[in-house]
Each structure stands twice: as C-alpha cells, then as structure tokens.
Design a protein around this ligand. Sequence first.
Ligand code: ANZ
Ligand code: ZN
Length: 855
Amino acid sequence: MEYNPKLLEKKWQDIWSKNSVYKSYNKVEGKENYYVLEMFAYPSGNLHVGHLKNYTIGDAIARYKKMRGFNVLHPFGWDSFGLPAENAAISNNTHPSIWTKKNIAEMRNQLKAMGFSYDWDREIETYKAEYYKFNQKFFIDMYKKGLVYKKKSYVNWCPDCHTVLANEQVEQGKCWRHGKTDVIQKELSQWYFKITDYAEELLQDLELLKDGWPSEVLAMQKNWIGKSTGAEIDFKLADYDKTISVFTTRPDTLYGVTYCVIAPEHPLVNDLVLKNSPELKDEIDSMLNEDKISRESDDKEKIGIFSGLYVIHPLTNEKIKLYIANYVLMSYGSGAVMAVAAHDERDYKFAKKYNLEIKEVIKPDKELEMPYTGAGHLINSSEFDGMKNSQAKKEIVKKLEKLGLGRKKVNYRLHDWLISRQRYWGTPIPVLYDEDGNIYLEEEKNLPVLQADDIEFTGQGNPIETSKKYKNVILPNGKKGYRETDTMDTFVDSSWYYLRYLDPKNEKEPFKKEDANSFTPVSQYIGGIEHAVMHLLYARFIHKALRDMNYLDTDEPFKRLLTQGMVLSYSYYSKEKRAYLFSKDVEVKNNIAYDKETGEELVSKLEKMSKSKNNGVNPIDIVDEFGADAARLFILFAAPPEQELEWSSNGVQGAYRFINRLVLLFDKSLEFAKKGEINLNNRSEFDTELQRKLHQTIKKVIESMEDNFHFNTAIAALMELLNVMSKYFNDVIEAKNETQESAKIWYEALLNMILMLAPFTPHIADELLGELKEDISFNKDFPKYDEELTKEDTVNLVVQVNGKLRDTIKLKLGFSEEVAKEHALNSENIKRFTDGKEIVKIIYVKDKLVNIVIR
Ligand code: ANZ
Ligand code: ZN
C-alpha cells in the first residue's frame, strides 16, 4: 500500500460521518462522563495555526479518553456575533449574517478535513435566535434577581468601534480591537451585570481550581479581582454640611494625612466646586478626558487642582486642603483618598510637585529614603506613638468606629460588567421604555426579541437606529413606548455556550439541570491564554449566577484548563529590500538565512506568526501536502501543549516520514502477523525484548497522557518502539528466525502501536486497523500493559573500589551474591585497581552494587 493521505483521509472522514461514529450521548450506562471542550471559534473565515493547535490537542484528548472507557462529550460551535461581521457588512453593503454563514461553512469544512471527532449534531451558532433568546431570558432572570442594572457614568468609548467597551477590553488605554485607537471617556447610561456581588466567591473559589488551572491564570484572575482590606474614613467638609469618605489600606498613617484628593468625576465637583469656582471647569474637563487606565499608571504625570475646599481631620480636627487630581479614580473605593505623602509613592510625587506638607508617621527600623511604604513604628501620632504599625491599623480603626467616623472596609478592583453595546450584530437587550424613560422588561412570552431587519449599514452610529419598525412598541400597559437599541456584549454569548451543547436543540430550556450537573465542571477546557481574564471570569460569574437562579448546582464551569502555547516561526527581514521575505524565498545555511535571489544575509527572528511578517503558514496548505495526520502528529510532538511551538516544515516532513515508515513496515509484515501461533521452537530473546519494549511503551504513553497530556513524550516513546520493531523485523522476520510465539507477539506489537497512535493520527490508524480486520479505533479500548512484562530482566551492577565507580557489569537478574562478587573481582577494569592490594572487605547491595575496600 502506498501512503496517500489525501485519498485515505477523505475516505475515513466519509465513513465516520456516514456511520455517525462521533455521535455522543448525555448518559451511557456504566460509563463516567468526560467533557472535553475547546474554546469555540470566532468565524473569521480562515482556520489559522493557533486554532489548529488548540483543536488538535482537544481531539487527541477526546479520542484518548473515549478509548480509555469514558463517555466523552466533544462538541464544537461558533462565537458568531461581533464587530468584524458588522464591519464586513458596512464595506460590502450586505447583511452580517451572509458573511458569518459563509465563513462558518468554510471553516467547518476545514475542521472536517482535520478529522476532528466532534459531534456535529451539537453544533451551535450564537447568532441564531434559538441561541440568543436564552441570553435574553437570563437577562430578565438576572434583572429580577438584582444582578442587572442601568447606570449613568463615564465609560470607555472606542471611536473606531463606535461603541462602549468593558474595562477588560481596554488595554493600556487602547481599544483591544484597535490597538492604535485611544479609548475616550463618555458619560452614558449603560447596562451592567453585577459581577461585583460575586467578587469574593470568584476569589475564594480559585482554590477549587488550583490543581487544574495554570498558576499564572489563577494569579491573573486574583489580581483582576484585586481584593484590598482596609478602612473607610470620613472627613467632614469645613464650612459645609457634607462628608467625603475615603478608602485606605493604611489607616495606621492617618496622622500623616496632609491633604485629601477627590477624582474629577466625584459628585462634589459638580455639586460644589464648580458652583464656587466655575473658572476650574476647563482644567477639570481635560482631566476627565484622560483614559482611566493610563491615569492609574505610575509613570503618568500627576496633575491636581486645589478645589477651594477644606476638610477636617477626624482625629486632630486640623483643617486640610482638598484637591482634585487625575490619579484618583472614581471607579475605585469611594473616589476619594486621604493623602499621606511621607508613605505613599503617588502622594509623595504629588506633594513634591505642589509643595505640600510631608509628615512622617511611620519610623522604619533603619534609615531609608522617602517615601517609606513599609512597616515600622508610629511617630507623631498622639496616643499611638511607639505602636507597631500593623497593630495601629486595628487600633486606629477601633477609635474611628467609636467616634462614628470610620469603619473596616474591603474593596475590590473588579467592577461591574458593562454589557451594553451600541451595535447591531449582537443580542437585543429585552427592555422597553415609556416616554418618561421608565424601564419595562420584555415579557417572556415575547422572546426572542429578534434583531431589526429593516436596517442600513452606513458606518455611522448604531445601525439599529435606522430601523423604522424596531424602536416603536406598545408597552404591556397598552401605552406607546420604545425599545432599547443597545445589544449585549458578545462575551455574554460565550459565558454559557458550554451548557448549551448539552441540549442544543431544546426550544423550551437553555439546557437541563440534570445534564449540567453531570457535565460541569467541564473535565478539560483548552484555549488561549488571552482569555485568562475576560472570558474565564465572565463564564465563572455567569455559571455561579445560573446556579443561584436554580438552573444548575455546580459552582464552577471548568475544572481543568490547559492554555496552549503560541505557534512561532522564523521571520526573515531584508534590510536591502526593507521587507519581510517568505520562507520559500530564503535559504538557510549553517543557521544563517540568505535571500535566495540576492544572497543578502537576512535578519531572522523566531516570533509569533503574523501576516505582517510573512511568517505564517496556512494549515490547509500543510494538510494538502502532508495530510492531516502528519500535521496533527507534528503539532503534538514538537512541544508540550502548554509551551510555545516552533513551526518547521522539516518537522511536518519528519512526522510524515514516520507515518510512512510505519505503513511500510506494516505492509511488509502483515502476512507474517496474521500467521498466528505456529509450532516451532520456544520464544527467543528477540521475542521477549520486543514484548517488553511494547509493554514499557504502553506504560510510558499512558503515564505521559495522564501527566497533563504530554503528547510529546508519548509520541517519542512510540517512535522508539518503531525503531525496536524495525530491528525485530530484520532480525526475526526477514532473517526467518521466528519462534512459536513470534507472529503472535508481532501482531500484538502492530495492533497496539496503531491503537496508541490513533488519538494523534486517526485516519491512518483506522486504515491499518481495517487491514487487521479490527474495528475502528474510536470503538476500541486503549492498550493496557502488564507491569510484570515491563520489567527488565537484566541490571547494570555498579562496581566500586573504595567507594569510587570503576565499572558497571550487565547481568541477567536472579544472580547470587557470590556470582556478583566473582564478576566484580574478575573484571579487567577492577583488577587494575586491586592487583597487588589487600582486599579488606567486599560490600554488596542486592542487585545493585559491589564495593571492594582495599588497602
Ligand atoms: C492612604 C495611604 C497611605 C494609602 C499610605 C496608601 C499608602 P490598593 O492596595 O490598590 O487597594 N486609593 C484609594 N482609593 C483610590 C482611588 N479611587 N484612586 C486612586 N487611589 C486610591 O490601594 C488602596 C490605596 O490606594 C488607598 O490607601 C489609597 O491610598 C489609594 F501610606 O490611603 B491609601
Ligand atoms: Zn475599537
């Protein structure tokens, strides 16, 4: 047989599909459920190498677990709402659904060509009303539970997206989609999900995930939630009957407060400051326009204005100045701080700049530079002088509590999730308003609230606003009203899709509780590290909210998480041409890259694949050339899944050659393998060695898979086994050295080799199994090993002279102490040291070591 992946892979894909081999069930008697889930895809139009790696890992796990006896659920779907479809609609003047459907169809075919074992009957597409109507149902449920609210505040606005963004979607002040666009602040009335109600639980439950999630992802979640423990302290305004409360983690520094600061958004600014001093408006406005994220960064210049107001220190009753400054954010704590310049970096810089008093109240144990932010003892702090500052934290809060001027307080950096988007291609928010702006929930019997269909994509503003029909409605009370035109953030869609797979065609319910309880938390989730905060935090929150609304009983969505490493490849830059060259135009000699055309030495760099660097590969080209099996095998072999993978066409060729060698060996020895037991002499050393190697390999493969899916070591073991098999073929089969058991052992080796490869290279595995008249791999059990058969029957006996290693001697197990000593003493290597010396004693450690002590 010639190995022709093109024909063979298509043939098996058709057989699998015709026989519904990958159909899965929510319950199979006697089998434990195993849910393997890869992050679903955004239908951008093309499968890229990152997808390929993600899904290859997931498929290998799914196939392995199925063969290991689990009832495996392995679905796929499309995260198909969102901006790119709408932008395509604007530039092509078509409906976003056209672009979306076309892309899904293309990518689905590409996935099918990879031979992934998805149960396509469970496929979901979030842009369909049958899916998003449940987003609307959850919105209504959550509203009733107090987990949804509308609030006017300053929000992140991307001028290129024409929509607001969640905090999680702003990266260093720029839009996550438009890396060059500054996010600006707009005051808008928007819908929020109250994720902060779950801040503490989201933090605490990270403990449940610590064995199954990468520690860096846990750390990122923890930081994002950002719990701080401290106090809230009240400062009364001098001359006015008003109080500002500040949040501080350092109540021990209270006596060191020399001024206070409020955020430019603080209500006091409009209520009082601007009334008293309208001339400050321009300066305050320019602060308001800086984006929140960069305002928070340490190197951002601190800008402040004296508000004209004073506050009263709660313990000393001193009158202190109140500033307005950019480094205080309204969205954290209470939007006001007590400034302690001597012990806080930002306050120190600010005080230096504006020449404000700096008062030391914590004495470090040795002399240190200002500002001193560490531990120490209190000074200049009245009755607290001399106290350790950790103690003073508690005592000062106690005193404030007695005076009614402060209290303990826990604060979280996490904010409520802003879910409104001023875009068309998303889930309509099921809310109506009357002419006074009062809110009415859409009635459940009216769900789904369908998207408007009489719209125009002009590229200006929210397309829904162009609809004539959409906005005007009759309210439940019979009066005239209008419909909310905002849609939901698409992260709402991806926060529960893993549940929808459990019952994707159910029109009445999003899923059944019983299924959710038996399939969540998801056994193994696989995806990119870029989702470490947003998606994973939102999904954890929604899961918990669904639990509290009685949809399910489990606490977490994903039990184990594997974040796959990036795929890298070399880019080649030509200084002469000022351009990146494609690898086909490059020649590499002795690790140096040259332009094939000009001979110029190029700058080569291993980096993330990207269009702009011309260092990407198209998975489809690889599959065309080498087949899906070779591509899959290379990806899994080249690096452990969580690590970066260096793409190399040599590597793919290597995987292809490996498969070829196996096919060749299989072909040449198939007749022999089928002979079965024949009556010749007893088994030989060759037979025993092959059998031992086989059982050792099975053990190694299972151990690698159970150790967080280290496919690379599993595959390396299979490659070693193939070498041993080739040698056996030469020594026994070709040389006609066979024994009574040779054919049987050979059959066992071939069969198990193929079965072990099946999760990685399913097409060729099923082809070869077919030739052995065996069932397809997905229906077979994974090989098992016999511990006894893995044991070596020889050991390397270590021989020492006066404790120094001088020789090792290979001996067949079962030798006695006498035999060991005799071998040691007779070794030429040893004699060189012992000749002419007196042997004082010989120490023996059973089956391991002989130590000869001489004088
Ligand atoms: C006085 C003080 C003295 C502070 C000191 C620190 C050191 P974490 O740990 O991140 O929670 N802060 C409070 N609200 C703020 C806001 N809205 N914008 C900017 N800064 C704010 O930080 C808490 C500390 O950050 C608080 O403790 C407060 O400064 C500041 F030696 O209060 B501290
Ligand atoms: Zn944007």
